[in-house]
Design a protein around this ligand. Structure first.
Ligand SMILES: Cc1cc2nc3c(=O)[nH]c(=O)nc-3n(C[C@H](O)[C@H](O)[C@H](O)COP(=O)(O)OP(=O)(O)OC[C@H]3O[C@@H](n4cnc5c(N)ncnc54)[C@H](O)[C@@H]3O)c2cc1C
Ligand code: FES
Length: 285
């Protein structure tokens, strides 16, 4: 579906731990949005110098029914733009574009799946779990964060999945440690054939490497810096190995943000690998 721009009224704001959960009225975006897609929100108001939109993964998209269609997303106060956003009030109108990016691919037949969320990265995994369950797949969650107030969606995950394993760096909730400490045991126990993950890049890399070691699929939602969000500026590129074995820069805003984690050249993210298709020409500029 082609992304649309909407002037969206904030219907509800909810503080969830360190995050703010937004519910906004955006019926055109809600109509066709799928788990894994994201929205880009203008920040700072009319005369702001913050010209770049900020991206947020969709927590839900509820098409119009008895009420106007709504979308939900979760915001962490990370810098000037997100601070402005978290200071909005119910009834305010925000400028929002979506749905952007590609959704999580679903397996063609039911398979056991483990969903790994880091911090607010759990948000897009909740609608994904619903979709997986609807296709008959068994789902289990592993959720991690630096501390308990930075966990998101634990209760919702418990309602959706057979089991939820929680880790925090400081031990304030669940097991002390990081998600990859517990992931191997969970993969083995549920005989997972696929791992889905969303969270910090370091976590996605570690999860993808584990999936590769277990010879199972990994689909990860990356969070690269995005300037335009619509495929024209190349800010968001990642080096990815293609079906032909050659590596290319792939735009995470339009060809992602979901990638086969075993194909991303994590070690080379942020660099220009010399063996990349077209690297010579790019290096010449
Ligand atoms: C697909 C995707 C999904 C995301 N989902 C969520 C989510 O669900 N919840 C959440 O809280 N956050 C999410 N984020 C992260 C969120 O977009 C950032 O935290 C937010 O952009 C930070 O904005 P800020 O103004 O607060 O921070 P600042 O640090 O003030 O500004 C960061 C912004 O500056 C721009 N920028 C930074 N570096 C560069 C660069 N090298 N080149 C060009 N522009 C640059 C980008 O537009 C970036 O958004 C997501 C990001 C992506 C890409
Ligand atoms: S953000 Fe501009 S091409 Fe992806």
């Amino acid at each position: 579906m082609t992304p649309v721009q909407e002037q969206a009224e904030i219907f509800a704001l909810q503080k969830v731990g360190d995050y703010v959960q937004f519910t906004v009225i955006a019926p055109k975006i809600a109509q066709d949005a799928k788990p894994g897609q994201f929205v880009a929100v203008a920040v700072g108001g009319e005369n702001t110098a913050m010209i770049l939109r900020r991206s947020f993964a969709l927590l839900s998209a509820t098409p119009s029914g008895d009420f106007a269609g709504t979308v939900q997303f979760v915001v962490a106060d990370a810098g000037a733009g997100t601070r402005w956003l978290t200071q909005r009030r119910t009834g305010d109108v925000i400028d929002i574009v979506g749905p952007l990016g590609v959704p999580f691919p679903l397996p063609s037949s039911p398979v056991p799946a483990v969903l790994v969320g880091g911090g607010y990265g759990t948000a897009p995994l909740l609608p994904l779990a619903q979709a997986l369950k609807a296709n008959g797949s068994e789902v289990e969650f592993v959720l991690g964060a630096s501390t308990s107030t930075r966990l998101f969606g634990e209760l919702a995950a418990k309602r959706l999945a057979g089991r939820v394993t929680v880790t925090t760096d400081d031990g304030t909730s669940g097991q002390r440690g990081i998600v990859t400490d517990v992931l191997p045991e969970v993969i083995e126990r549920v005989r997972a054939q696929i791992v889905y993950a969303c969270g910090p890049m370091g976590m996605l890399r570690a999860v993808s490497e584990l999936a590769q070691a277990f010879r199972i699929h990994a689909q990860v939602a990356v969070e690269e810096s995005m300037a335009c969000g619509i495929g024209v500026c190349m800010t968001c590129v990642l080096p990815v190995v293609g079906d032909d074995g050659y590596s290319r820069f792939v735009r995470s805003c339009v060809e992602g943000p979901i990638f086969d984690g075993t194909r991303v050249r994590w070690r080379d993210v942020g660099t220009l690998p010399p063996d990349l298709v077209g690297a010579e020409a790019m290096g010449g500029h």
